[in-house]
Design a protein around this ligand. Structure first.
Ligand code: SF4
Length: 231
């Protein structure tokens, strides 16, 4: 599995896919990548150390993902991420977290100071029924302001049954009104029962993609390896 990549369009940054002890939530109906996990912190640290050794600091910005939330990385890995950022003069660091960790974010920002953290929420959609009944995301609130509080960015999942151009455009609008950036992920076939929906993807490509293809605040991953990490 490739664990290091460079994102050289829009907001340029290096990216590493690290491994933690596993997603504490683990119940999203569309997700099988939480299987990239290991209960042994030392093995994780060794693997993470290797991925982080590729980081050069060339963009001054790094994104760290780990098939779960940053809070599931071991302590040594977190310390190494910080020291790599300081050594390589990386001033902006992106992490991902599930909503259930929102109360721990402020402390994480303090721990990583003076590095500027950008916390990305796995949101998928603001549509409560789709998100909680179908996708089982585990975000038990409806109010967009409340959902976004404490986060800087969010992931969306588009291209599934029940979505339309109107609903996807509304998700992006609500996100950009409250967050610095959003990342759209198009559903890809995986081992779960949630399947890509050809009609929703076609609607996205025809009516949504052209409006945001060049927007620097919107990343769009048509394939889930478009950032250059994963398999
Ligand atoms: S989408 Fe994220 S929070 Fe949900 S099960 Fe997968 S890794 Fe865990």
């Amino acid at each position: 599995m490739n664990r290091y990549g460079r994102i050289s369009t829009k907001r340029k940054r290096e990216i590493v896919l690290l491994r933690g002890r596993g997603c504490a939530y683990g119940r999203c109906a569309f997700c099988d990548y939480h299987l990239d996990r290991c209960p042994d912190d030392m093995q994780n640290f060794e693997l993470n150390r290797q991925a982080l050794s590729d980081v050069t600091g060339m963009f001054g910005e790094l994104e760290v993902i780990n098939s779960g939330s940053v809070f599931e990385l071991d302590r040594d890995t977190l310390a190494l991420i910080k020291s790599v950022c300081i050594e390589k003069k990386i001033s902006v660091l992106h992490f991902e977290a599930h909503y259930l960790y929102r109360e721990k974010i402020e402390k994480l920002r303090e721990d990583f100071a003076p590095i500027n953290l950008k916390m990305k929420l796995g949101l998928e959609t603001f549509d409560f029924d789709l998100r909680e009944t179908v996708l089982k995301k585990g975000i038990p609130v409806k109010n967009p302001d409340e959902i976004c509080k404490g986060f800087d960015e969010a992931n969306f999942l588009f291209g599934i049954k029940g979505q339309s151009a109107v609903s996807m455009l509304e998700d992006i609008r609500l996100g950009l009104d409250r967050l610095e950036r959003v990342c759209v992920n198009i559903m890809c076939e995986n081992s779960t029962e949630i399947k890509p929906d050809a009609e929703a993807i076609s609607q996205f490509m025809e009516k949504v993609y052209p409006l945001y293809a060049d927007d620097p605040r919107v990343d769009i991953l048509i394939n889930n390896t478009d950032f250059g990490v994963g398999d």
